[in-house]
Design a protein around this ligand. Sequence first.
Ligand code: DC
Length: 257
Amino acid sequence: MQSAVGSLNPGASAFPVPPGRDCGELQRDMNQRKKGLVIAIDGPSGAGKSTIARMLARRLGYVYIDTGAMYRAIGWKAKQEGVDPSDEAALQQLCSRTDVTIKPDTSVQRVLVNGVEVTGEIRTPEMGMLASAVSRSPAVRAQLLTLQRGLGASGGVVMDGRDIGTVVFPGAEVKFYLDASAEERGRRRWQELKEKGMDVDQAVITEEIRARDLQDSSRDIAPLKRAPDACYLDSSTMTIEDVVASMLSVCAERDPQ
Ligand code: DC
């Protein structure tokens, strides 16, 4: 198990997306990645990214990193402190006094905010919407970008999110865009919450998913979109095992060892 501590550092400047990259740059990236490939999985909420990314990481002996949890952690902290997610100056301040600690694992990734464990608390639909709201902030994105790049720099990671293949690791060796219809994603999310004992309406959950899709894909910075070189998979009618098998065969082509 790898463990990493990420501090939200106000001086970070590795934003926005690097301009066009040449072969030399890509080669240098690959030389740094001693532990294996960087595998980026992007897509809308509820497409099955986290389950699939975790399984893929386990099969490859890689570390799974859930970047959505980092935005959820900031959303949680904003709620705790009564910070308005549309107040950029307040969010910038919030970041400067917030330590998000990610403890990657092959099973459950633990998340701590200033030492307080929030792993379970951030997994609600409310926290999903709050995460989406704070993720529009340039300050929040810049800080989390630094954390994400640090965690993936040596490779051997499967990282999921919205902008991993486009912004965080545009030079990732393997990129997937995992999609599914809004109805199917709503049904899955509803089932998952029901199994956790939450009393939720499927239609409401599907509407929230659509609202989040719109918010995540229409924002100015690092919007959800498919990288031109990402392999597109629609999981609406595929089993989890089929998706993982397809991904494994793409990974094997890129890294034949
Ligand atoms: O994957 P998730 O549902 O836990 O993500 C919560 C929100 O965080 C999502 O709606 C948008 C934001 N997010 C992001 O902007 N960029 C990422 N790489 C991951 C998540």
